[in-house]
Structure formats: structure tokens, C-alpha cells
Write a protein that binds this ligand. Sequence first.
Ligand code: MG
Length: 312
Amino acid sequence: MITDSFEILDERFRRLALGNVHLERLATGCRWTEGPAYFAAGRYLVWSDIPNDRMMRWDETNGSISVFRSPAFHSNGHTVDREGRLVSCEHGGRCVSRTEHDGTRTVLISHTEGRRLNSPNDVVVRSDGSIWFTDPSYGIDSDYEGHASPHEVDGCHVWRFDPASGELQAIATDFVQPNGLAFSPDERLLYVADTGATHRAGGPRHIRRFRIHDDGRSVSGGEVFAECTVELFDGFRIDTNGNLWIGAGDGVHCHAPDGVLIGKVRVPEAVANVCFGGVKRNRLFICATTSLYAIYVNAAGATWPPDRPSLA
Ligand code: MG
């Protein structure tokens, strides 16, 4: 039977939940976990513990936990690029960096027109190699999650960076606090969360959806896709069927591509971010406040190119 780790709000979610499967806590003792990234080749996961300025590592082969990097430039969101390299948003470095195969750190982008970025928060890589990231102010608002500093850029934007050409392009400049982001499986849609309610009474706490044009770099739309019903949407990832698995105040909210909240994974701490991993990409890793959790689901994380059969 479906366990109480899953909350079914729409019959479509019943197929995504698994019988006899429970949420597992894999690690705890952190202060604010964020940015899980799974490395299939090594079968390990890294994540950020932002206030403690460290990155942690969980080994899927034996469950061991260790410090991956400390200090860690108060890193926040991470992803893995097509070459298997770690790409990181750094509050402290006010940049997006990449960890090369030999372990060295390369700052990819830190400035626009001579001004420092705010504090990159979350990042995804498109199959063309371009890096899309959000740049809210959380990492410069205080010394807790970075270094308190003035804004240099006039606003908090969504950006696209092309590491091949070095070009940085603003994708959207009308967000209050852009946060998590992800592409649909066919990379035709871009979803971006706005957590502006932290900075503005009645401010946004929703996800917006953009259409990406054939050039792979211009977008249109930007309408509200879904409103958060419990606290705020933060980071999220998308499965092969286009469902969004989104961090929220009471767990992971699953929204179907039509925007409907179809179910939840209940988590006892507020969720900051998630990623799919495991050898079949059907294990959802969840960074939630002090802890790292995981749960198997009947869904798999989208990969590029979209190469997995639909579960529908
Ligand atoms: Mg975030």
C-alpha cells in the first residue's frame, strides 16, 4: 500500500508513488542544506550546507558521509554538466564556478559590465552547454549565508551564460528574487521560481513558465505556472513526463505539466531543493533544512537528450 510518506491529491500522483516505500533520512546535523547533485559515475551525492560554509558528500555504495569541501565559498545550488563536471552557484564568490576533472575550480562568470553579480542561487545546464542561473540577493543580504555587501547589479535577474563564447545574457529582469529553475524534458520550456515574498509583503511565491524559441536563447511568456500553497517554492527538478518536483514548506510538491498540484512527498523539515539520482534516476534526493532525505518514486529525472521511455 501507498505509505504516509506520499500524499495523493490527484489520481495522477498515485502512479508516481510507490507502495511500501518510506522517506529515509540519510544525513543530518547541517544548518541549511541546499543544492543536491548526483554523480552517476561515482554513485555519490554532494550538497551545500550554506551557513556552515561547507559542502557534504554522501556515498551511495556504503552510506558514508564526509565533508566534500570546506570552506566552500558559501555555495548554494549545483548541477552536473554534460561532461560530468560540478557546476556551482557561490554566494561567497558571487559567481558560477565549475570544478574541473582534476579538481581545480574555475570561475565561469562573476561580473556583468564590470559589476559583480549578487549571489547566484541555482543553476541548470542545457544540452547545448549553456548555463542558466538565477541571481537573487540572499547571499549578500547578511553574513549568515555569505558576505553582507551592497548590490552592484540593478536587480535580481535570470541569466544565460555561454561558456564557449563567454557571453552573458539576461533572460528575465522582472523577478523580485529568482530562485530555483529547470527545463522541461524537451528543453522547450523554462520554469523559474520567484521567492520575492521574503523581501516584499505580498510578494511572489510562485513559479513562472517561459517558452524557449528555436534559437535556444530567446524566450517569451513568463506567465505564472503555479502558486505555492505552503510557505515558498525553492529549488525543483522535472521528471521525464514533465512533472515538477518542488521544494516547499511541508515537503516536496509535485505539479503536473498543466500546473495542478497532484501530490506531495511529506518531509518533516522545510525543503530547499531536490534532485533525481540513483542508477535508474528514480530516487529523489531532498535537501531539507538540517538534513538530507531520499525516497524512491515511480518517476525518473529528465536527462539530456531526452532518452528514456515515458512512464505514462
Ligand atoms: Mg534556491
